[in-house]
Design a protein around this ligand. Structure first.
Ligand code: UDP
Length: 232
């Protein structure tokens, strides 16, 4: 099956890497995700990944700690995830580069937009660590920003639910799933899809987001081929 999207920005939340434990890294879960990412790349998709850090730390729930410092810790957490995902992809034989928004040159390349695009054109997967490099932002906003910069065709937001509902499907049996939504709907209805900074950024730059369930990592491949999974 042909690809619907050529250049994909995949957002992997930290939670998605932690499996059942909800904390840290679950390598069997990460391996399954990476196998699907590889399958997608083998079909010819160019894939850039923004990793979250919620499996280690979230600045906004760090209690009394100074927010900027807490967010610095959060960004370091995303980089740990970036390195772990890179390692698993490499084990699977994928060519991969990690770029971080905060320079740590002994560990990863610094984020350089043109260089990232060049990697993608050469068939390498690029993983972006440290979010935007700034406190008070999220990795969802980093996804919107990087997607705009590298001119991605779409953002895949792989989550733990199979799309966007009018209310929490874990709490309400009558929750209704949307197939399609506009960013104005998301902002107006206050839907918990992504934070408003990330949503505004996508709206202003005309970037589509497909939200789907990562419990079945094959959804990444299906989504790339344009099958209906989740909510666009
Ligand atoms: N973070 C930040 N700036 C960014 C991206 C992330 O300061 O541009 C920090 C922030 O503390 C955040 C943490 O990194 O809570 C982990 O990112 P996020 O909460 O977006 O991860 P996810 O929920 O996707 O796992």
């Amino acid at each position: 099956m042909a690809l619907k999207y050529k250049r994909i920005l995949l957002k992997l939340s930290g939670e998605a890497l932690a499996g059942e434990k909800g904390f840290g890294l679950d390598y069997s879960v990460i391996t399954n995700i990476c196998k699907s990412i590889k399958e997608c790349a083998d079909l010819g998709a160019q894939i850039a990944i923004v990793v979250g850090g919620g499996n280690f730390w979230r600045g906004r729930s760090s209690g009394a700690m100074d927010r900027t410092r807490a967010d610095h810790i959060g960004m370091l957490g995303t980089t740990m995830n970036a390195l772990a995902v890179a390692d698993v992809l490499e084990e699977l034989g994928v060519d991969v580069r990690v770029q971080t928004a905060i320079a740590m040159q002994e560990v990863a390349e610094p984020y350089i937009r043109n260089r990232a695009v060049r990697h993608l054109e050469k068939g390498r997967i690029v993983i972006f660590g440290c979010g935007t490099g700034n406190p008070f932002f999220s990795t969802d906003t980093a996804s919107s920003l990087r997607a705009a910069e590298i001119e991605a065709d779409v953002i895949f937001k792989a989550t733990m639910v199979d799309g966007i509902y009018d209310k929490d499907p874990h709490k309400y049996a009558d929750a209704v799933k949307f197939d399609e939504l506009t960013f104005s709907d998301v902002l107006a209805k206050g839907l918990q899809v992504m934070d408003s900074t990330a949503a505004s950024m996508c709206k202003d730059n005309n970037i589509s987001i497909l939200v789907f369930n990562l419990n079945d990592p094959q959804n990444i491949v299906k989504a790339a081929q344009g099958e209906t999974v989740g909510t666009i």
